[in-house]
Design a protein around this ligand. Structure first.
Ligand code: SF4
Length: 347
């Protein structure tokens, strides 16, 4: 994690024209990670998350979901991060599994689980993969924010068995979220076979959509991290200097009101912050990062010391969308209870 850092470590505060030094702090949210199902219609070559229908953890039952939510609430989290495989109902055997826990539609189960989260005091942020417009519309009412990684606009070998990774379909989905005024998180994945110009194309595509709809609150610049037993287990992750370049690129290409996010459990954020990263995403004190289980979360108080910049806690919905009331009536009382006068988390 230290390669390429020495020359960047001397970037003085004030020379960076974007990001943290414009606002004086770095943001994050406190979340509990709920892997509602690991079943997925796709098979990405780098995935260590997906599992088969018969495996343990393939589908969390309601009791397990509630237990996680309650642990999150007592640990002062504000975000219930629902993350799962894409369109699991397209996988044989999944619907029988769903029936065993009393549901005949996965979206109904997700709506039900999101309402449980709200009842317990957590704001749902849902990464649901590509959905129909009507499902997206339904989920808006119970979600503070939603997300879908664009990953890349290129057609890559690592996605050759993943119909849901069609960039056209993903861009269309991100636009649909904009039409519905859903505060939205997207991002690009670095090191999965894309070229530098693919990265530029991807960031420009996100910037264009945001200029039309104004709903992109953050763009994650996520480094690929190889997982044992996957098709890309022997591939090299991107170097820190590559990540520095991409974060700088993102900051230059994206509109100023879109935050650049990096994952502090996957890469040391200290120098990325100096290059324009202004958000560290959801950090959990309760659950592991189920997508990258090998990468533990840093302790929040140690993080602030390590990056040398104050941290400020936000909700899963960014402050400007709180201030502009981009949320449903169903979620409004909880947002009002959890946010301060500037739309950050009330302390
Ligand atoms: S879409 Fe996500 S869960 Fe599904 S195979 Fe790809 S990385 Fe894994």
């Amino acid at each position: 994690m230290t390669d390429g850092l020495s020359e960047c470590g001397s970037v003085p505060i004030g020379l960076c024209t974007w990001g943290i030094y414009m606002q004086g702090f770095v943001t994050f949210s406190r979340n509990v990670f709920i892997p509602l199902t690991r079943v997925c219609r796709n098979s990405c070559a780098y995935c260590g998350f997906k599992c088969e229908v018969h495996e343990e953890g393939a589908l969390l039952d309601e009791q397990s979901v509630v237990r996680l939510l309650e642990r999150g609430a007592v640990s002062s989290c504000t975000e219930a991060l629902f993350t799962f495989g894409e369109q699991p109902w397209k996988v044989e055997g999944f619907e029988d599994k769903l029936e065993e826990i009393g549901f005949d539609s996965f979206i109904d189960y997700l709506m039900h689980s999101s309402r449980k989260a709200i009842e317990i005091g957590l704001l749902p942020h849902t990464n649901a993969g590509v959905l129909s417009f009507s499902d997206l519309q339904r989920l808006k009412s119970v979600s503070a924010s939603m997300g879908l990684m664009l990953e890349t606009t290129a057609n890559l070998n690592s996605h050759s068995d993943s119909p849901g990774k069609d960039p056209v379909e993903r861009l269309r989905f991100i636009e649909a979220a904009g039409r519905l005024k859903i505060p939205f998180t997207t991002g690009i994945l670095i090191g999965i076979g894309e070229s530098i110009s693919d990265r530029i194309d991807s960031l420009e595509a996100i910037a264009r959509i945001h200029r039309r709809f104004g709903h992109i609150q953050e763009v994650i610049i996520q480094n690929f991290s190889p997982k044992p037993g996957t098709g890309m287990s022997r591939c090299q992750p991107p170097s820190t200097s590559t990540m520095l370049d991409v974060v700088s690129l993102a900051r230059r290409i994206l509109p100023a009101d879109v935050a650049v996010q990096v994952a502090p459990n996957l890469i040391d954020p200290k120098f990325l912050v100096g290059h324009g990263a202004s958000d560290l995403g959801g950090i959990s004190t309760v659950t592991i990062d189920h997508i990258n289980p090998e990468a533990p979360w840093p302790k929040i108080d140690e993080l602030a010391r390590a990056i040398g910049v104050p941290l400020r806690e936000r909700l899963p919905i960014y402050p400007k969308y709180v201030m502009d009331s981009w949320y449903s009536d169903e979620i409004k009382p909880l947002i009002e209870m959890l946010s301060d006068r500037e739309g950050f988390r009330k302390v």
